[in-house]
Design a protein around this ligand. Structure first.
Ligand code: ATP
Ligand code: MG
Length: 289
């Protein structure tokens, strides 16, 4: 959605009740029947039908009328429900620009007690729909796995960040709702987008941070120049949904892959060469100190 804040401000309290009702109903139905939406939202069927028509025009709900009148929500409405939660809980006071779009998330700037980045996870949509199409005869598949896949990814990322912060240099995790994670906004530049005056120092600090995460039982598993932000106070590592326990059978391999991604970047951009074994030693030193 282009303008989440605008869409948010247009909605009334009863619209959020309707979207929330559809969200709940989707646990049991692919298309939630109007009668159930009315019951779950506490709105009369007439009122519900009228407001749902407006939500449909705003493309916040989809409708299916083949067998009965049923409704579904997609990520746009799920985003708005999460945002509404943050606003109600006084986590977010204003909502700003889109600052990042990845294959598996959309990130917005916002304000709360501190400047925030809100990451809306997007996992599960394409791949699960695909799976369901292929296996539509199976009844034991969850009906709306995208909703759960995205929420699970967000929860995992949040829990990992809570374990790492503040020992490891990452954004402070602030709040979570559904598939949305509110965290401290990190002012700086992605490592791949700037030219460092002292690349050796930055590389050493990054290895140290990787080591500290390892000492807390975590390997990032998606580390690269795209997931490191350089601030005035040094590098900060973001994007933790893939994080894996050090006890995982592939943890060592993932750690080595993380390190080699970083080493490859410093070699390519700065002609700075460090053997993989040295990097591994540095990280493990930081882990035990
Ligand atoms: N805390 C933050 N402060 C400032 N900018 C952020 C913050 N978190 C994310 N961003 C911006 O949003 C972009 C996307 O965030 P992130 O890397 O976490 O997800 P992603 O790359 O979409 O995830 P995936 O790698 O799964 O596709 C980042 O590259 C960065 O520009
Ligand atoms: Mg990323």
């Amino acid at each position: 959605m282009e303008n989440l804040a605008k869409a948010f401000l247009k909605l009334r309290k009863e619209d959020f009740s309707l979207l929330g009702a559809i969200e709940s109903g989707m646990r049991d139905h692919e298309w939630v029947p109007l009668a159930e939406i009315s019951q779950l939202s506490g709105l009369s069927a007439r009122k519900a039908e009228y407001r749902l028509r407006l939500l449909f025009e705003q493309k916040l709900v989809s409708r299916e009328t083949l067998h009965y009148e049923g409704y579904q929500i997609d990520f746009d409405a799920y985003d708005l429900l999460a945002l509404s939660d943050f606003v109600k809980g006084d986590r977010v006071s204003s909502f700003g620009e889109r600052i990042g779009v990845g294959k598996e998330s959309v990130v917005y700037a916002a304000e709360g007690e501190i400047p925030l980045a809100i990451k809306f996870h997007r996992q599960g949509r394409t791949c699960f729909k695909h799976v369901r199409r292929l296996r539509s005869h199976l009844t034991d598949l969850p009906r709306v796995p995208w909703l759960y896949a995205a929420a699970l990814a967000a929860r995992h990322e949040f829990q990992v960040m809570q374990r790492l912060y503040p020992t490891v240099s990452i954004p402070r995790p602030v709040a979570i709702s559904r598939h949305a994670l509110a965290m401290e906004f990190v002012a700086g530049h992605q490592l791949n987008k700037i030219t460092l005056s002292n690349p050796q120092d930055s590389l050493e600090i990054i290895l140290e941070e990787v080591g500290k995460a390892w000492s807390l039982g975590i390997v990032h598993a998606d580390l690269s120049e795209f997931n490191i932000i350089i601030t005035e106070a040094g590098p900060r590592i973001i994007d933790w949904p893939q994080a894996t326990e050090c006890t995982h059978p592939h943890a060592q391999e993932l750690l080595e892959r993380d390190l080699s991604n970083v080493l490859r970047f410093f070699d390519r951009k700065y002609r700075l060469k460090m053997p993989q074994e040295t990097a591994l030693e540095r990280a493990k030193e930081a882990a035990t100190s």
